[in-house]
Design a protein around this ligand. Structure first.
Ligand SMILES: [Zn+2]
Length: 219
């Protein structure tokens, strides 16, 4: 099932502070990966400008994935060197339209061509490169279905319905940060993400909860 009106998830610098918690949902349903899904991912090496850039990003993404797997959500991330993968990471230079982006992710249920995690050249610059694992925590949060903590307040995010799951959390890694090293999966984030994936109901606050399997793979 393809998610309608997928909101492009992106990061920009210091765009918000404020209050919030885990928010899910786009349009009028909440997409979630089905229990047992293994989200295989690979890295498109030729898109990277250098070997160091490739290694830095790949190791950071694998480290961030390891953190998610420790949560035992029932949906796992698995790095593959080559062969079929549910999503792939590519490198891209920031352009005028994406000048503030550090990464660009997708949500559960995204079609194959949307299942690309972009790491932008900006993320390799001084204040960000040391926080790349943290940036990937946030990106993977979107891939697991989380919206921004400020999704209910931000004019761009407000185009798509979001709903609070759990309690508001000013410390959530689904905020934007001046210092991205502060983007850590807090105990509350971890607990609420686990609760979200353990939710047995068909609806959450009148929104249909849809468990999706990834269709097609990057070969
Ligand atoms: Zn984001």
């Amino acid at each position: 099932m393809a998610a309608p009106n997928i909101l492009p998830a992106h990061l920009s610098l210091g765009a918000a502070g404020g209050k919030f918690a885990i928010r899910v949902g786009d349009d009028n349903w909440i997409p979630r990966w089905a229990r047992g899904v293994v989200l295989t991912f690979k890295v498109d090496r030729p898109t990277f400008p250098s070997d160091p850039a490739y290694y830095v990003a790949t190791s950071a993404l694998i480290e961030a994935a390891r953190k998610y797997n420790e949560l035992e959500l029932g949906v796992r991330l698995k790095y593959v060197d080559s062969g079929p993968a549910v999503f792939k990471m590519i490198y891209r230079r920031n352009d005028l339209e994406t000048k503030d982006y550090l990464e660009h992710a997708f949500f559960p249920g995204a079609d194959l061509e949307e299942r690309v995690l972009v790491i932008f050249s900006k993320a390799f610059k001084g204040p960000y490169i040391g926080a790349m694992v943290n940036i990937f925590y946030h990106a993977l949060g979107h891939i697991f279905g989380l919206r921004h903590e400020f999704a209910h307040e931000d004019p761009h995010d407000q185009q798509f319905l979001s709903v609070l799951f759990g309690a508001e959390n000013t410390e959530s890694f689904m905020n934007y940060f001046e210092n991205w090293r502060e983007a850590v999966v807090t105990e509350q984030d971890a607990r609420e993400l686990k609760d979200f994936y353990a939710l047995g109901a068909d609806f959450y606050e009148d929104l249909l909860l849809v468990d999706v399997n990834p269709e097609g793979q990057w070969m």
